[in-house]
Design a binder for this molecule. Structure first.
Ligand code: COA
Ligand code: MG
Length: 382
């Protein structure tokens, strides 16, 4: 499975690889065996990607017990799509200021998918050093946590970035899934971080390479988004709404600048272009698309509305800045029972009519495209 993951990061489209290896289970398992060996070597020497050890057993288990059934129903690639989704669910990400220990405790007791310990904008210049120390201490003392862990370092044009990376990864790299890189303007920013990580990981003897979440928050970042998405280690594109607004000179619509009162300022959805661009580019490169936080943490309706818009545009998840926002975000980015039932009815109808391209379900036409959509939804259920 390391094989599939490393190809994802090297920019090769997964379905092509899957087609080649989906002919028989023996071939797949052989490929996994060889690839694990190769990827292990590659991890060590080339800085390419593996997956967290804790996921491997469940992936193989799934292939053994469900793979045949999926292929029988005519959806071979989705077995692997499911594996991929299993390792990359990120509906909610809680941003937690790096220097505030009290909040770290709260974050690791929450139901969030990913805890993101922040060294950037929630930390004052005076606290940058103590924030690094606090994050290291929190991660070293962390005993069990079922979700993901990210650390947001400062942007590459600051005096803090390189020390953030070296100190945090050297001391606690084994606990970290990804580094969030803010204000990514071009692929060079990602290459810089990736090469720095190559050396730090080797020295720290890390077995699992750390991914990069690239935050797009400037006009030039959007201009260069495709090259950023194709850069090494990138696993997600994040929309940074406040800095992006500042970058293009767009009017502030609320006190926090994070997505409130948008309807008062523009007839429609002001961020449709940039958000669609981020979602489309992310998906073209098999990456996750993650939306910015919603600034008013005392407005659950506004948050739900904002999350529903990003979900509708193809985003996989959204940041939270307060624990009270987590449940709403998880709920919006999970399929409802009604949606699951509908998808199952579509799949059942397609299965019952194998010779027909289009059939009617609930008085509506469904065709192969509808079936693919339904299968994708079913695959995303955990
Ligand atoms: N992560 C973990 N815990 C958090 C938290 C967060 N982001 N935000 C608040 N909490 C905790 C508080 O410590 C408090 O815990 P307690 O009940 O044990 O005392 C509880 O949740 C309630 O907090 P509350 O009093 O409602 O919020 P606040 O006024 O203390 O803080 C913010 C409000 C916005 C300043 C705070 O939520 C925050 O700093 N958020 C993160 C900001 C950030 O990361 N920005 C950068 C990304 S855009
Ligand atoms: Mg920002």
């Amino acid at each position: 499975m390391l094989f599939f993951h490393s190809f994802k990061y090297s920019g090769v489209q997964m379905p092509k690889i899957i087609d080649r290896y989906s002919r028989s289970k023996i071939k797949i398992l052989l490929a996994i065996f060889v690839a694990q060996f190769n990827a292990f070597s590659a991890d060590k020497f080339n800085g390419s990607f593996g997956i967290k050890r804790r996921y491997k057993r469940s992936i193989l288990f799934y292939e053994f017990f469900h793979g045949k059934e999926c292929r029988k129903n005519g959806f071979p690639p989705n077995v692997f799509t499911k594996f991929y989704l299993m390792i990359s669910r990120q509906r909610s990400t809680l941003s937690v200021p790096g220097h505030l220990e009290k909040m770290h405790k709260k974050a690791f007791q929450s139901t969030v998918d990913v805890v993101m310990l922040d060294l950037e904008d929630s930390v004052s210049l005076e606290s940058k050093r103590s924030a690094r120390e606090q994050i290291i201490s929190t991660l070293k003392n962390l005993e069990s946590w079922k979700g993901g862990i990210s650390v947001r370092v400062n942007s590459v044009d600051t005096i803090y970035c390189f020390r953030d990376v070296i100190e945090i990864v050297q001391a606690a790299g084994a606990k970290i899934d990804s580094l969030v890189l803010p204000k990514v303007d071009n692929a060079g920013d990602v290459h810089f971080l990736s090469r720095l990580l190559d050396g730090v990981e080797l020295e720290a003897d890390l077995q699992t390479p750390i991914a990069i979440d690239a935050s797009i928050e400037s006009a030039i970042g959007v201009e260069n988004i495709a090259e950023i998405a194709a850069a090494p280690r990138v696993r997600s594109l994040i929309f940074g709404i406040a800095d992006y607004s500042a970058s293009i000179g767009a009017k502030l619509s609320s006190i926090s600048g994070h997505g409130e009162n948008e309807q008062d300022i523009y007839p429609g959805h002001r961020w449709n272009f940039v958000m669609s661009k981020i979602a489309q580019t992310a998906k073209a490169h098999n990456l996750l698309a993650i939306d910015s936080p919603y600034g008013n943490f005392q407005d659950p309706q506004g948050l739900e509305k904002s999350a529903k818009i990003s979900c509708a545009l193809g985003f996989d998840g959204k940041w939270a800045i307060h624990p009270s926002q987590i449940d709403t975000i998880n709920q919006v980015f999970s399929p409802t029972q009604e949606e699951i039932d509908r998808a199952n009815r579509i799949l059942a109808a397609a299965k019952a009519n194998p010779g027909r391209g289009a059939v009617a379900v609930d008085g509506r036409m469904i065709d192969r495209a509808t079936v693919r959509l339904a299968q994708k939804l079913v695959d995303s259920i955990f």
